[in-house]
Design a protein around this ligand. Sequence first.
Ligand code: NAD
Length: 284
Amino acid sequence: MAAQIISGKTLAAQVKERMTGETEALKRQGVTPCLAVVLVGDDPASAVYVRGKQKDCEECGIRSLLVRLPAEATQQQVLERLAALAADGAVHGILVQLPLPRHIDERAVIAAIPPEKDVDGFTPVNVGRMVIGEECFLPCTPAGCIEMLKSTGQPLAGKHAVVIGRSNIVGKPAAILLLRENATVTVCHSRTQGLAQLCRSADILVAAVGREGFVTGDMVKPGATVIDVGINRNAEGKLCGDVDFAAASEKAAFITPVPGGVGLMTRAMLLVNTVQAARMQARA
Ligand code: NAD
């Protein structure tokens, strides 16, 4: 039997509707949520992502501010712009679009974002808070994955979740959030032995590798939920995930598509974090 699709489109639309309502409520209190996006250089993919984020904000009534710096901007110049945004009371969320040009130290730049405006959830303070279970901004992609899993109505507690990938922005935080939901978590990576076997024991399989067709149908346990985080281009130039969707759908109970899956929820969770930032700063 074919798996049920977890639609990022439907879920993201619901989140956006909720955020539009919350933004209207904040505006009635005199607060307009505002997200500042810092874009350094002219990487075409980054420009597309940034435009998408701005469009999402616009749709929900959130103000967005694009701060563009040339590719040759120095680290000091980037840090100065961040300091100005940090001090600007009208800006609630700050996001630095990655990757940065190679001469800029990504960690130093991220660490310069004040934790209360860190709507990507990438600063050491927010990562630490996430690990110890304190209130914080959750990184958008893993948070979106959890929302998608919850939307199935299947309990997460006690389930075996296998995460493939251990990056700081996807794999590791996805594992932490699944642990927070009381799943039993295995993290697989490039040095893992017996990966296919581990995947076959997963009730929840999260693929965040960045390789087309990495997860084949025989790696999926019958009845599993498969979350495909990967964004790749296939030989025809079409967008695809890490999972062989057709084969995996034959085995899984629930599966996310690419496109139309995790990517859309990632964008939606950024709106959630921006509204949360505005709400918290309005209270402070
Ligand atoms: P990354 O390159 O930083 O990490 C990839 C991970 O895959 C690494 O931890 C590595 O250990 C693991 N890996 C590589 N080869 C492996 C192998 N043979 N076996 C097991 N593990 C292996 O990538 P990332 O930033 O975590 O992104 C992963 C994918 O998710 C990419 O396709 C990226 O484009 C996509 N992504 C999607 C979204 C979204 O919103 N949908 C957001 C971020 C990233």
